[in-house]
Design a protein around this ligand. Structure first.
Ligand code: AHR
Length: 488
């Protein structure tokens, strides 16, 4: 049968928070060092140490928010080690990730400079696991206060007069695991204690983010919401797509058969059950929906590229990853009433990156192009869709979401079947369709960009469609993602 995506543009839902298109950058492998930051003395073109090629590419997909400094690294990070003259900054060994020396040359000022260059909001994830309440409270004071205090004077001495007014504050990361192996009752109390002393300064109101569950840990959500919902603005969810389901051997990023391809897609669609399950628990304790859900780590996790440091989590990225991105972003859009942010892991050179670098070379991954195809959804109003289609190897063949902004309707859809083209009918009511343009990303499931062939997978204009009495009718190739722009 052909697939049908049905929508009524007059029937709208919530505004899609632009932060759903957020990113995550940890002191891990070559994400920060080499990926985003090369230092001012580098021969690689940079502005105040930030790679100009990478910043420009990220600006193009309108990165709205960037989470830092971890991940597991966050709960070993002591912010004072990363301020002041670089030559006297403390050196440490990054025991979480590859055992390499962290010289703290990228710290608070550098991160906030990066966010300014990207034009995005900073999301700082602070240390609960090995930190203190005082340390976190003083970091917030350093960031946001204008008061004539010793902490603020230190910021002035380090060259920054005005406060940054950082809004998003994560209180611990994976506190159920690498962030301290805490029990939910204990963490909920710790969250309450830590966040009490993180003050609002001036007109800046902190958005306090509590560490939520790992995947399907319903009990964590239950206990956290019961004990801390009144004190937080959002809780987090982490879920990675591991094709084999085995952490010891997760599968290759590039060498996989169609069985593994579909296993990956089946694994990633679990996100829907996770969102619905955790939101249902949250509803019990927060019927007025004051607490948002932030999926601040998501994406694929494979075995590292052969020959690379296993602690650096460097992996290639294929059209399979593009399908994973399309499925998840459509799901987040569809839950825009409760999902207030999501941060793919991780921006550059780590896990499901949007960018890979090699020395002064940079390439955009298939996942990058999906973020490009979806960027019109940022701050647009959701138009709920219903999709009628086949399933293939246990996966819904067509996934879609739609939104409207300033009179322009955007539909994003993917045909995730590895190699089966599908006739897709876009049945649009409540909108006078005058002009349609379509951009597509397509290829074989294994297709990827390499430093030898950087543009193998890229966005193209798509003309294989017509506007008929049925709607917009597309012949969508297998393993493809489209952005359909409809003007009235
Ligand atoms: O993104 C890699 C790691 O995955 C993060 O540091 C941690 O939070 C998660 O387990």
């Amino acid at each position: 049968m052909s697939a049908k995506i049905k929508l009524n543009a007059a029937n709208t839902g919530a505004v899609i928070n632009r932060n759903i298109y957020g990113h995550f950058s940890e002191h891990l492998g070559r994400c920060i060092y080499g990926g985003l930051f090369v230092g001012e003395d580098s021969p690689i073109p940079n502005k105040n140490g930030m790679r100009t090629d990478v910043v420009e590419a990220l600006r193009n997909i309108r990165v709205p928010v960037l989470r830092w400094p971890g991940g597991c690294f966050a709960d070993e990070y002591h912010w004072e080690d990363g301020i002041g003259p670089k030559e006297s900054r403390k050196r440490m060994v990054n025991t979480n990730w590859g055992g390499v020396v962290e010289d703290n040359s990228f710290g608070t000022h550098e991160f906030l400079e990066l966010c300014e260059q990207l034009g995005c909001e900073p999301y700082i994830n602070a240390n609960v696991g090995s930190g203190t309440v005082r340390e976190m409270a003083e970091w917030v004071e350093y960031l946001n206060s204008e008061g004539d205090s010793t902490v603020v004077k230190k910021r002035w001495a380090n060259g920054r007069k005005d406060p940054w007014n950082v809004k998003y504050l994560g209180v611990g990361n994976e506190s159920w695991g690498c962030g301290g192996n805490m029990r939910p009752e204990y963490y909920a109390d710790e969250f309450r204690r830590y966040s009490t002393f993180c003050r609002n300064y001036g007109t800046n109101k902190l958005y306090r983010i509590a560490c939520g569950p790992n995947a399907g840990d319903w009990a964590w959500t239950e206990t956290l919401m019961k004990n801390a919902a009144a004190f937080c603005d959002a809780i987090t969810l982490h879920y990675y797509t591991v094709p084999t389901g085995e952490w010891e051997d997760k599968g290759s990023a590039t060498e996989f058969d169609s069985e593994m391809y579909y296993a990956t897609l089946r694994g990633t669609t679990r996100m829907e059950k996770l969102l619905e399950g955790h939101l249902a628990i949250m509803d019990k304790y927060d019927p007025k929906h004051k607490v948002g859900l932030i999926v601040d780590e998501w994406g694929t996790w494979y075995n590292v590229e052969p020959g690379t440091n296993p602690g650096f989590l460097y992996q290639q990225n294929t059209m399979r990853d593009a399908m994973v991105a399309a499925i998840n972003l459509n799901l987040f859009n569809s839950h825009a009433d409760r999902v207030v942010m999501a941060n793919i892991a991780q921006t550059v050179n780590v896990l499901q990156s949007v960018i890979l670098t090699d020395g002064d070379q940079m390439l955009l991954t298939p996942t990058y192009h999906v973020f490009d195809l979806y960027k019109a959804h940022q701050d647009a109003t959701l138009v709920p869709v219903t999709v009628a289609c086949d399933t293939v190897e246990g996966v819904q063949q067509v996934t879609a979401s739609a939104s409207i902004k300033e009179g322009v309707l955007t539909v994003t859809a993917a045909n995730v079947a590895a190699d089966k083209a599908e006739k897709v009918v876009l049945d649009i009511a409540g909108f006078d369709v005058k002009d349609v343009s379509i951009r597509i990303l397509s290829g074989d499931m294994h297709d990827k960009n390499t430093f030898e062939d950087k543009e193998r997978v890229t966005i193209a204009d798509f003309t294989d469609f017509e506007v008929t009495g049925e709607g917009v009718v597309l012949n969508l190739p297998g393993c493809s993602v489209v952005e359909v722009t409809v003007r009235g």
